[in-house]
Design a protein around this ligand. Structure first.
Ligand SMILES: Cc1cc2nc3c(=O)[nH]c(=O)nc-3n(C[C@H](O)[C@H](O)[C@H](O)COP(=O)(O)OP(=O)(O)OC[C@H]3O[C@@H](n4cnc5c(N)ncnc54)[C@H](O)[C@@H]3O)c2cc1C
Ligand code: FES
Length: 279
């Protein structure tokens, strides 16, 4: 699906933590492309006029149909987004890409492991899993407490959040992947068959979680980030080795079977010129 850019007005901006902001906007009425509810894991291309266009995961779609995304300021376009105010206009295309599949009937518990802006699609996924009454454990990691997004909106009867920081300034001390390993080691072999793991965040973290899931034969889905230009399967910039799968069209969410075939998963990305960059 290739959509044209829609101009939208920013409805709200929330400081989620020291370096991440959430932006929400109303979908223009009678917009055919955007009339379908986006699914957790899908992304939009966000255009800041006069600056650039960048991919952003959808972090929520609320009861009023407003969509949200979370931004970490890392360069020119995300800095420009950080400087915008409520009422400013930006352009949106999408939603694009694959999405997290909901667990099959035999699954009793979902583990969501994320860090940084990787928590954006996982937040939305957690909300949908809760609506389906699927028990959910979210493991959220950050370097220090100031970088953690504290989520007070979860349904505590169904969901649980375990926070961890690299320096131990909040929650458990250590990486999200280590906390995940500790938690999963407490599950019996029989229960491991009834678990599905979803992850998004720094690729080294996702790769570690993938290795644990491979070893323990746990069902697994990850959302990858690659450099994108078109976001919709035209330019080839986001192709992964050696399969040629496009992260924008065949992903960003991939299951274990596809990830096993990827040479670059957990090892390298490519820059805008196609040059390999080690992770
Ligand atoms: C499917 C997908 C979903 C994403 N979701 C989010 C999100 O929810 N929130 C968020 O803050 N960021 C998200 N990103 C990353 C975001 O797109 C980049 O941070 C952004 O493009 C950087 O643009 P810039 O001009 O600010 O920085 P630049 O100056 O262009 O680059 C700064 C750094 O960001 C990396 N980067 C640049 N462009 C991209 C790109 N198109 N894709 C991936 N990395 C890039 C570069 O390697 C560089 O290290 C997502 C990326 C993808 C592919
Ligand atoms: S970004 Fe152009 S093909 Fe994926």
């Amino acid at each position: 699906m290739i959509n044209s850019i829609k101009t939208i007005k920013i409805k709200s901006i929330v400081d989620e933590c020291s370096d991440i902001k959430s932006f929400s906007f109303e979908i223009p009425k009678n917009n055919k492309d955007m009339s379908i509810e986006p699914k957790p894991g899908q992304f939009i291309m966000v255009w800041v006029p006069g600056v650039d266009e960048v991919p952003m995961s959808i972090s929520d779609c609320n009861d009023m149909g407003d969509w949200s995304f979370m931004v970490k300021s890392v360069g020119e376009c995300t800095n420009a987004l950080f400087n915008l105010k409520v009422g400013d206009f930006i352009g949106i295309r999408g939603p694009y890409g694959t999405f997290f599949s909901l667990p099959s009937k035999n699954i009793e518990k979902a583990f969501l492991v994320g860090g940084g802006t990787g928590i954006a699609p996982l937040n939305y996924l957690a909300k949908v899993l809760t609506q389906h009454e699927i028990k959910t454990v979210i493991i959220e990691g950050a370097k220090v407490v100031d970088n953690l997004i504290i989520n007070d909106n979860i349904n505590k009867e169904i969901s649980e959040i375990i926070y961890c920081t690299d320096d131990g300034s909040y929650g458990q001390k250590g990486f999200a992947s280590e906390t995940f390993e500790n938690v999963i080691n407490e599950e019996s072999n029989e229960r491991l068959k009834k678990i599905e793991v979803y992850t998004c965040g720094p690729e080294k973290m996702m790769y570690k979680v993938f290795q644990i899931c491979e070893q323990k034969k746990i069902q697994f889905q990850a959302s990858l980030e690659r450099m994108m230009r078109c976001g919709c399967g035209l330019c080839g910039l986001c192709a992964v080795d050696p399969t040629g799968l496009l992260v924008c069209k065949d992903g960003p969410v991939f299951d274990s079977k596809t990830l096993r075939e990827m040479e670059d998963f957990g090892k390298y990305k490519r820059d805008m010129t196609g040059k390999k960059i080690s992770l």
